[in-house]
Design a binder for this molecule. Structure first.
Ligand code: NAD
Length: 457
């Protein structure tokens, strides 16, 4: 059976079709990669200050269209308008941050005998960026902005479910003066366009964000050509609350650390571990906080949570809350059309319960008690993932000990922030490979070349 050549994009809050998007086939993918390969020869030669200027213009173009991009994301992905504005602004900020890079791609001069030795950071060529549906704009930007800054060209495949903002970003790049072929957005299926990126010899690196399962297959595919790969995969992060913490603040913020984007967040703190002596008090404070989350039409400025992305995702999430599930309490969600799921708090007793061990990717959180610091670290480290996490305590030494003890890439103490464009982001264990963002991201998009020049006959 051949896959259909187009995809009906649906608004998850209404189930209405927003538009139909053509899906590329292998032939079209090869044409786009060939154009990106040709564009690489000229893009890498663009003077550093000019490449920087073009990236800043791209950022300005995104800035001028933040509201349009945000509205598009609300319609395509059901993100709350507040989140969607932040996401479009994040693309602008990431472009601005990396626009400083072309003029700072320093190599080194290394002392050697008989000559001089210098290193250069060379671009790789065409970079294939494969994006999931949960944060279509930021995740695209974290790949394409540093890749372009380092002198590469980019072909980007959005998720089937959420191609609209990526398509618009591709148009805005051209309007900003980024030359044709330097940044191309190609909607298509993972098994066709994504797979072709992995197999095509002119695609020199894959930046993949998505499920651990697909990430492993991509890594195996890349191995055939020793193709570079960055992987940002799943998570099951812990929010560790010690009895000495500001429990009011910990409980008031915990819902937003897991229910933001309806829990479809790789960094969701979907396991709340609470020190046993504070457990009852914490649960008492958590209940009104969960019930207070505003789940409503995501286009409203007051919305704090929207629907799930699709019927299929709804079914997956619902499978974690069967009729006999240990539900402590739930928030509310609209009735009627749309893939709505209320914020749900579970208190399973069995540590092997799949709600405790598996990534749910929906607004379902488990709360589990622990006894002491060692117990907390052991429980936080259970499982295959290690992406993010939070630690709530007023004991500085404990905050540092536990931060060092938890095997995860991104931790916050007495807060839930994970991602800043100026700091590195990525996973331990099966949550990923490599780091995005921050000052070192350019290293993931360049090769170090060493040149020795003899000065003595
Ligand atoms: P997914 O793995 O199904 O798809 C991700 C992307 O890969 C899509 O564009 C898809 O079309 C493409 N794809 C699918 N099969 C492919 C193949 N064989 N070859 C090449 N490309 C292929 O993931 P999803 O359901 O879209 O996203 C949800 C997952 O992403 C969750 O597990 C979540 O934790 C993870 N995620 C991780 C991060 C992070 O930074 N670590 C961020 C967001 C999402």
């Amino acid at each position: 059976m051949t896959a259909p050549a187009s995809y009906d994009v649906r608004n998850p809050a209404t189930e209405q079709i927003v538009t139909t998007v053509a899906m590329a086939d292998v032939g079209q993918t090869d044409e786009v990669v060939a154009r990106a390969r040709r564009a690489f020869d000229t893009w890498r030669q663009v003077a550093p200050a000019d490449r920087a200027r073009l990236l800043r213009r791209f950022a300005e173009q995104v800035d001028a269209h933040v509201e349009e991009l945000a509205r598009l994301e609300v319609a395509n992905a059901g993100h709350t308008i507040g989140n969607a504005r932040w996401e479009a602004g994040n693309v602008r900020d990431v472009l601005t941050y990396y626009s400083a890079a072309p003029e700072r791609l320093f190599g080194r001069q290394i002392p050697v005998a008989g000559g001089i030795d210098v290193t250069f950071k060379e671009p790789l060529g065409v970079i294939g960026v494969i994006v999931p549906w949960n944060f279509p704009m930021p995740i695209a930007g974290w790949g394409f902005a540093p890749a372009l800054a380092a002198g590469n060209t980019v072909v980007l495949k959005p998720a089937e479910l959420t191609p609209l903002t990526a398509i618009r970003l591709g148009e805005l790049a051209l309007e900003a003066g980024i030359p044709e072929g330097v940044f191309t957005v190609l909607p298509g299926r993972g098994s066709i366009v994504g797979q072709r990126f992995v197999e095509h010899p002119d695609v020199r690196k894959i930046v993949f964000t998505g499920s651990t399962e697909v990430g492993k297959a991509i890594m195996a595919g890349c191995a055939q050509q020793v193709k570079r790969v960055t992987l940002e995969l799943g998570g099951k992060s812990a929010n560790v609350v010690f009895a000495d913490a500001d429990l009011e603040k910990a409980a008031a913020t915990a819902p937003y650390a897991v229910f933001d984007n309806a829990g479809q967040d790789c960094c969701a703190r979907s396991r709340i571990l609470v020190q046993r002596e504070a457990y009852d008090r914490f649960m008492g404070l958590l209940e009104p906080a969960v019930k207070g989350v505003r789940v409503e039409d995501p286009s409203l400025d007051t919305a704090e949570m929207g629907p799930l992305i699709s019927r299929a995702q709804w079914e997956t999430v619902a499978s974690f809350v069967p009729d006999d599930a240990p539900v402590a309490f739930r928030g509310s969600a609209p009735q009627g059309p749309g893939f709505w799921f209320p914020p749900t708090v579970l208190t399973p007793e069995d540590p092997a319960d799949r709600a405790v061990t598996e990534e749910i990717f929906g607004p379902v959180v488990v709360v589990v008690p622990f006894d002491d610091e060692a117990d907390a670290v052991r429980m936080a480290n259970e499982g295959q993932y290690g992406l993010s996490g939070s630690i709530w305590t007023n004991d500085l030494g404990r905050a540092l000990r536990v931060s060092r003890g938890i095997e995860t890439g991104n931790l916050s103490v007495n807060s839930h922030s994970s991602v800043r464009y100026s700091t590195p982001f990525g996973g331990f264990k099966q949550s990923g490979l490599g780091r995005e963002l921050g000052p070192d991201a350019l290293d993931a998009f360049s090769e170090v070349k060493n040149v020795y020049i003899a000065t003595e006959g």
